[in-house]
Design a protein around this ligand. Structure first.
Ligand code: FMN
Length: 174
């Protein structure tokens, strides 16, 4: 499969560690590209409606090439730190821009990895998972997994052997 991973974190920290562990397992059988929104120039959606949800975006920045990669993928992995009880703005920015080709993003396989600085029974993980459940239902996505991890300092997840193993196993199963 072609897998596109969207990394919602700008720092080399826990989200990247989670992505690397997943990739360790998934690389053998899949073609993977990681999108780093913080390195791209993507203006927020203006809601102009010119795209009609299939024509692409009127913006001439990195929006269209980025959404083209997502539209061409068999699987999308959304990876995000928890920021203020939700996904990061970097990830949300890309998701909002997916609207410009929303009709071509149906029936994807999808995974979600969330890393936050609070224990995984906290409300933020539930809120984020529910938001992705709604998108999945709207776009008929096949939700393969939604995983949450508790890691605050930049290198916390790298010390969590159980989490790394779990992510590698998930990658292998794809
Ligand atoms: C702006 C900001 C907001 C945050 N808000 C939350 C939050 O609401 N809940 C939470 O559990 N952690 C919160 N955190 C902690 C991060 O989710 C946590 O440190 C995470 O491991 C960061 O991932 P990274 O290392 O990939 O950047 C916040 C961190 C930042 C910088």
């Amino acid at each position: 499969m072609k897998i596109v991973i969207i990394n919602g974190s700008a720092r080399k920290g826990n989200t990247l560690t989670a992505i690397d562990a997943f990739m360790k397992g998934a690389l053998e059988k899949n073609e993977i590209e990681v999108i780093q929104p913080d390195k791209l120039l993507i203006a927020p959606c203006k809601g102009c409606g010119a795209c009609q949800c299939y024509k692409g975006c009127v913006d001439t920045d990195d929006t269209n090439p980025t959404i083209e990669k997502i539209a061409a993928a068999d699987m999308i992995l959304f990876a995000t730190p928890v920021y203020w009880w939700g996904m990061s703005a970097q990830l949300k920015l890309v998701i909002d821009k997916c609207y410009c080709r929303g009709l071509q993003l149906k029936n994807k396989k999808v995974g979600v990895i969330t890393v936050g600085g609070s224990p995984v029974d906290s409300i933020q993980y539930e809120l984020i998972d529910k938001q992705f459940d709604c998108m999945a239902s709207y776009l008929s996505w096949d939700m393969l997994f939604q995983k949450s991890y508790y890691a605050n300092d930049r290198d916390d997840l790298a010390k969590d052997v159980k989490a790394l193993k779990e992510l590698e196993e998930i990658g292998k199963s794809i």
